[in-house]
Design a protein. Structure first.
Length: 747
């Protein structure tokens, strides 16, 4: 008997054994409909293909980064009783099989594709609802058969395989895996999600799994800690040979226990704009210090000894645990509440904290009145206020510095408690946003404070666009490298192949040790996972960048104007920065970094926006210029660099040529549009003798503006083609490199 006939006979025997009473079937070997029809559709381009195991349908992946190809099926009339849908497939490649309409995680098995090369089966149960009349199957390349049956088949999990990508240098490659249920009583839902997804997580080279650890889920009664939900989660992660990287949440609204929410100790942030509260707890209330520190300590007692604890992420405040004030996230029980980007300093505890801050700074109210041009009789008369209502710069800055500093100090407390509770565990602070005052994230301060506890910082704000990612993460990455702490990155939500690649490039070219993807960033489109498998080994070639240029990050000017909130990504600073990044790789130098000596690492300092700063910062710039540095500023339209009090004497010396061994260059053109400014900077750099040879060579490359470069300390040059067209790069030594759309190269 021919081998193909034997295979067909064995298939029939196996079918009758496993599938019981069939309701309907489709199979590639005999595609004539038997109750199930495989349709032709615009996003369902498939053909029948012969493979070693027999005939299969082969689906053409979508070329659209924001759409998916799918097998589209018509099914018979819905079954009135329990039914199971069996998808028989050739397990080539990696991914997750997804149905639409779908079923809960507890009613699907074997959905991870892990490249075993075998015929496998994914099973979906419709035991609580009728089977659908039509169905989309996404995340599957090779389809052999679809069977609908009314008897339960064998339910097999996806096998555990060796990772397709292995890494020689340690990195924390962390992803989500549906380990968070709707409430702690539904642990079965979370475990089912892990069982369905972790075989793929392991197979594609990740070593860490993130879940949230909510205070309200473990201290459900005051003083009684029950870790059983998270014990089950960690046990499941361990069984798949992976490690846990949880985020600890205590203050965010949806992390609160019911007993706290219903008590007088529930004191949420109150905004200055409307006088309304948010469920996230105000950081100014003493009781939050008590419960947050105890929660962290109890976590350390319970899990600090587990070798499978890869690290922890801190969730000190914010909507989703970020080190910031509320912005737009959910409240208690994930309900909608009053939330917005604004100033959350109206509650009584915040008012008192502000007055205490002013007393410590000024000593007596007369000194404050002189600085504020005010006439208070006593500090008790002072209340928090919207910064734009301040009549003097110093009054506004006093509020701004206190507001941002309070969040920084709170986050530093969290870091200190965590280090005490977990002396040998990796700790990352969660730094979100893009730098506006209202959000309260001071990246320089956070980097300095995490250095004290030998911790790191994970940014939570990347997207699909590289220039945007660069501009909103560079302050944090510059500070992290300067203060010597580990760095990590997280997307703000959806990501396509573009986002997967630009975030990998950002990590590789900043020496980041930590890289997080939501699993859907890799599996929810048809290109991203292949790109990850191809290019993630570049993590072993990551290094800190060689950077000779810094842009002055105008902390004070932003507090006095806060352009980053009014215009967000269209702010002058970010707009000029995006275009300048096309010409050169550069850092941000924040004011605290400059005071701590950061300018010694750079040859050129650029003013992109904002000319007002504190006097000690300008004095440090002047010292650096006189020691040989090159500074560039545009006198129009912002005017000369000056102190908060309006002193421009240092800038006047520069303009008169009094610059010691260095030089000050004026740019007289418009900063927006920024193309001519970027070209001016490039030409200036090529004429700067102090520029390092590797930077000069990179500037001399012939490339499209959409190809970004970064020179690394390990001698490599990394290239990213952020374009929908292939790109060709001619290096300074004459060698040519071709790069596919939205992909990267190392030389």
């Amino acid at each position: 008997m021919p081998a193909t006939a034997i295979c067909a006979l064995l298939g029939l025997i196996l079918t009758s054994t496993l599938f019981g009473a069939e309701i309907a079937r489709w199979e590639a070997a005999s595609p004539k409909a038997a109750g199930i029809q495989l349709e032709r559709a615009a996003d369902s381009d498939w053909h029948i293909e012969q493979v070693e195991a027999g005939k299969v349908a082969r689906l053409k992946p979508s070329s659209d980064y924001y759409a998916r190809a799918a097998y589209c099926l018509s099914l018979p009339s819905p079954s009135t009783g329990k039914s199971w849908l069996i998808i028989e497939f050739l397990d080539r490649g990696y991914g997750l099989i997804a149905l639409s309409p779908g079923v809960p995680e507890t009613r699907q098995w074997g959905v991870a594709r892990v490249n075993t090369g075998r015929i496998r089966r994914a099973v979906f149960s419709y035991d609580r609802s009728p089977s659908p009349k039509s169905l989309r199957i996404e995340g599957l390349d090779y389809l052999r058969a679809v069977i609908l049956t009314d008897e339960q088949p064998q339910l097999d999990p996806a096998p555990l395989v060796e990772p397709a990508v292995k890494f020689a240098i340690h990195s924390e490659r962390v992803t989500s895996a549906y380990g968070d249920a709707a409430n702690p009583d539904r642990v079965a839902d979370a475990l089912a999600g892990l069982q369905n997804n972790l075989p793929l997580v392991r197979a594609i080279g990740f070593n860490g799994v993130e879940t949230y650890v909510r205070w309200g889920w473990v201290e459900r009664k005051p003083g009684v800690y029950d870790w059983s939900y998270y014990d089950a989660i960690l046990n499941e992660i361990e069984q798949h040979g992976l490690q846990w990287f949880p985020m600890l949440l205590a203050g965010s609204g949806y992390a609160l226990p019911a007993w706290l929410y219903d008590s007088t100790n529930n004191v949420g942030f109150k905004c200055l704009e409307h006088g309304l509260t948010n469920d996230t707890q105000t950081i100014f209330q003493p009781f939050q210090t008590e419960y947050a520190s105890l929660f962290i300590a109890e976590f350390g007692k319970h899990y600090g000894h587990r070798k499978s604890l890869l690290g922890i992420r801190l969730g000190p405040s914010g909507d989703y645990g970020e080190a910031q004030y509320p912005a737009k996230g959910p409240g208690y029980g994930f309900r909608e509440g009053h939330t917005h980007i604004g100033y959350w300093a109206s509650d009584d505890f915040a008012q008192a904290a502000f007055r205490d801050h002013l007393k410590k700074k000024y000593g007596d109210v007369a000194a404050l009145n002189a600085a504020w041009d005010s006439s208070y009789d006593d500090f008790i008369q002072i209340n928090t206020f919207l910064p734009e209502t301040a009549v003097t710069r110093r009054k506004r800055l006093d509020f701004d510095n206190w507001y941002m500093g309070a969040m920084s100090q709170w986050c530093e407390q969290w870091a200190s408690w965590s280090r005490q509770a977990l002396p040998n565990i990796v700790i990352h602070q969660s730094s979100g946003g893009w730098g506006p005052l209202q959000i309260g994230t001071d990246y320089s301060y956070q980097a300095r404070s995490m250095a004290k506890v030998h911790g790191g910082m994970r940014l939570t704000n990347e997207g699909d666009d590289f220039p945007d990612n660069f501009t909103i993460t560079r302050m944090a990455s510059s500070a992290a490298r300067f203060y010597g702490i580990p760095l990590g990155y997280e997307p703000g939500g959806f990501g396509s192949k573009r986002g997967v690649m630009v975030r990998l490039f950002n990590a590789v070219t900043t020496g980041a040790v930590h890289l997080f993807y939501y699993l859907g960033n890799l599996t929810a489109n048809d290109q991203a996972l292949d790109a990850w498998l191809k290019y993630s080994p570049f993590l072993d070639q990551r290094a800190k960048p060689v950077i000779d240029v810094a842009a002055f990050y105008p902390d004070t000017a932003l507090k006095l104007d806060d352009e980053l909130v009014r215009y967000r990504w269209a702010s002058t600073f970010f707009t000029v920065g995006r275009t300048l990044r096309e010409a050169v790789d550069f850092d941000y130098a924040g004011e605290q970094m400059i005071l701590d000596g950061a300018l010694d690492h750079y040859k050129v300092l650029l003013f992109l926006w904002g000319a007002v700063t504190e006097k000690p910062v300008l004095e440090r710039m002047d010292q650096w210029v006189r020691s040989g540095g090159t500074l560039v500023f545009a006198p129009n339209p912002r005017g000369n660099p000056s102190t908060v009090e309006g002193d421009t004497s240092i800038a006047q010396k520069w303009r008169a040529g009094d610059t010691g061994q260095g030089r000050v260059v004026l740019w007289h053109g418009d900063l927006i549009p920024s193309r001519s400014y970027a070209e001016f900077v490039r030409e200036l750099l090529l004429k700067t003798p102090a520029l390092r040879p590797q930077t000069r060579a990179a500037l001399q490359m012939e490339r499209p503006d959409t190809v970004f470069w970064s020179v690394l300390e390990n001698g490599k040059v990394a290239l990213l083609n952020f374009s929908s067209r292939p790109a060709t790069v001619r290096l300074a030594d004459g060698k040519t490199i071709k790069i596919a759309p939205y992909e990267m190269a190392m030389h």
